[in-house]
Design a protein. Structure first.
Length: 362
């Protein structure tokens, strides 16, 4: 069986290469793809996604996929350099190769994945989740979709909760004083440019919180007392596909380039802080956080109570602020990207203010 090479440009994907990629995972052995059509999907800024509609040779097993989604590095030099330097491309490939089978969260099936960490070349061939539809970070969601996200978050966190073997994986790193210091230095270097670029779109109190956070980031990174687990790191609506009346899983989570070790409630705070508009979040967040905690218990996590969970959730409200500042300044600037980062910055800053999270850092 031929082992496919890394094809990091979707325009170089042809029927022969995709046939080999699917055969590598045992799909339709002996059958051949005879043709394909392609279309761009998704709104990612660190990578490119294309849907390939497949034509198979006659008499091919009816269960062979009629479409797949390929994921490739960004064609923007700045975004690609960021993805390579931060190990983002490697993290996503290694998640599917080594970790996806050990957690219960719904993700697309991965048929093939490979990466060259040194160059940033990578490719993944994934299950096409259509007719599911992508969540919309700008529009936000309601409590029903948020409830699905709470269940899937617990299905990610519970199976590897407090698992010390995760710290042996060289593509992951536990938060510590050193990583906190690096993050603080990066954040503080980027804040002036961020404020200059976006100050007309932010409230003064949000800018104040963003600036006050910088000198305390190193301590914030290493201050959690919650057991470490696998965290998505960018757990938000744009990285979620929701089923429709036409079909699809109720919710599947994609884009694992920010995979890391951390406190599970951080993903929850990140989602609720910007996934719901402020009024909806205030109305539903305790109920939704309690749903998450209940699902952790159902997944086998014990000895973790409401007070611990809420304290970590409150502490984690800053994660979205940090992401909005840093990510907006290190990837290609686009109109939708600006709108998304402004929604994140304002909603997460409001969330942190609502819970008086700065008081935790004093």
């Amino acid at each position: 069986m031929a082992v496919p090479s890394i094809v990091s440009d979707p325009q170089q994907v042809d029927a022969s290469w995709l046939t080999d990629a699917l055969h590598a995972s045992g799909v339709a052995p002996g059958a051949q793809i005879t043709g394909l059509t392609r279309s761009v999907v998704g709104t990612g800024q660190m990578g490119r996604n294309e849907r390939f509609e497949l034509s198979w040779a006659p008499d091919t097993d009816a269960e062979a996929p009629r479409s797949v989604v390929g994921k490739f590095p960004s064609d923007d030099p700045k975004s690609r350099a960021t993805g390579t330097a931060q190990g983002a491309y490697e993290k996503e490939v290694r998640f599917y190769q080594a970790l996806a089978g050990s957690v219960d969260i719904r993700t697309p099936h991965c048929y093939f994945a490979d990466v060259d960490p040194a160059t940033g070349d990578f490719v993944m061939v994934l299950e096409d989740l259509a007719p599911a539809v992508q969540g919309d970070q700008l529009a936000g969601c309601g409590a029903d979709q948020a409830s699905l996200a709470m269940t899937e978050a617990a299905r990610l966190h519970a199976p590897r909760w407090g698992d010390p073997s995760l710290e042996a994986l060289d593509f992951l790193r536990a938060p510590d004083a050193e990583t906190g210091g690096i993050l603080q230095a990066i954040y503080q270097a980027l804040v002036p440019g961020f404020v200059e670029r976006y100050q007309a779109r932010l409230e003064p109190e949000h800018i104040s919180l963003i600036e006050k956070l910088g000198p305390q980031l190193a301590g914030w990174v290493s201050s959690s007392e919650t057991p470490l687990t696998l965290v998505h790191g960018d757990y938000r609506l744009d990285n979620m596909l929701f089923g429709t009346e036409a079909g699809g899983y109720p919710l599947a989570v994609v884009d694992w380039q920010t995979l890391g070790l951390g406190a599970g409630p951080a993903d929850v705070a990140y989602f609720l802080g910007a996934g719901l508009l402020a009024e909806d979040r205030r109305e539903h967040e305790e109920q939704l956080l309690r749903e998450y905690l209940d699902q952790l218990g159902a997944g086998g996590v014990s000895g973790y109570d409401w007070n611990q969970c809420f304290a970590e959730y409150r502490r984690a409200t800053f994660a979205g602020v940090v992401m909005a500042v840093v990510a907006s300044m290190i990837v290609e600037q686009t109109e939708r990207g600006d709108d998304m980062f402004m929604a994140m910055a304002s909603r997460h800053a409001t969330h942190a203010a609502d819970l008086d999270a700065l008081a935790l850092l004093d």
